[in-house]
Design a protein around this ligand. Sequence first.
Ligand code: PMT
Length: 393
Amino acid sequence: MNIVLGISGGIAAYKTPDLVRRLRERGADVQIVLTRSAEEFVTETALQAVSGNPVRSNLWDKEAEASMSHIELARWADLVLIAPATAEILSRLAGGSAPDLLSTLCLATEAPIVIAPAMNHVMWSNPAVQANRETLEARGCRILGPGVGSQACGETGAGRMLEPHDIADAVIDVTASGSLSGKSVLITAGPTREAIDPVRYVTNRSSGKMGYALARAARLAGARVTLVSGPVHLPPPANVEFVSVTTAQEMHDACVQRAGDVDLFIAAAAVADYRPANVADEKIKKQGDTMTVEMVRTPDVLAAVAGLKDGPIAIGFAAETQNLKTNAMAKFDGKKLDMIIANRVGEGRGFDADSNSVEVYWKGGEQHFDDMPKQNLAKELVELIAREFADAS
Ligand code: PMT
């Protein structure tokens, strides 16, 4: 799991090297963002040594931005943890202001945000601070603690940052309690490539964005995810088993081999329906004004998995330029699916677009999803799939 640890300026910041160590012991990759005042309490050198990653504190650091921009860091995170969180950072997050790297990153991330406050007990009980806490909780941020006890100022009360091992356990629980926790999901993505000769092939415009977004969303919902991908230009999502394939036959074999061990199968790939009957050993030379390539059917990956005895819940996509519902339902019935996600494609829609709009059909109902970024759509689809099938699989 990729965790961005945001450290703000409280005395409890001295405990954060231990927190980093405990997060890493639990399998997390940790990138650290310090606020300016946090630098008064803990050094970059110590944090860099325990995290194994460069530490960032400045939104305007050109070198750091060049290697991973703050937007990339916001996307990289599976979870953002702020510990310790001061009254100031709570106020910035609640108010949506972004004067520094940490608060900017929090606005730019879609990952869950977990906050471990630490401050004087009178500050913590101040109505302004409590109003900010309520706002953040209402938006889905998870607040850990604070604990009760003696404080650095010599007083006693609620305001101590929870101990590093308790924070690390709670963070792992947040992802383990997702809607697909305990489930395993196999997802296909991207196009396939069918060779004509050593230098030419038949393919399509799939970028893999939809399938990769689904893999990431399923992972964040707590599932064990295997992503079988055709050739695309995207980095594999973090903490996902990644299987790289080229042809429809390879995608078929990779999926059928694994399908018996998973609960859910989601086919987002645009698999070639036909491949050249013969692959020329040498580059085909120009001959005359026309050329005919005989094509033969490829195996249907989705139909093969859906047809397995005791196979997983099978969810397909339908990419249609016309008669969306009729064509999607023909695939739903023909391939014996549990759910079909229908999208209009062509003219810049569906394939290689950053956003998508879909109609989803299953035995118990149907649902429309307005056009939205594929990352967001993937999260909503995963929630729908979990609601309909998490108990059935
Ligand atoms: O990758 P992106 O650029 O983000 O674009 C996303 C997408 C448009 C590719 C995606 O949203 C989508 O619609 N994927 C399915 C594309 C497709 O080939 O649809 P189809 O209607 O031809 O196939 C129906 C279903 O059967 C699909 O789930 C497909 O994965 C599956 N299939 C088809 C043929 C085959 N030989 N094997 C299959 O598994």
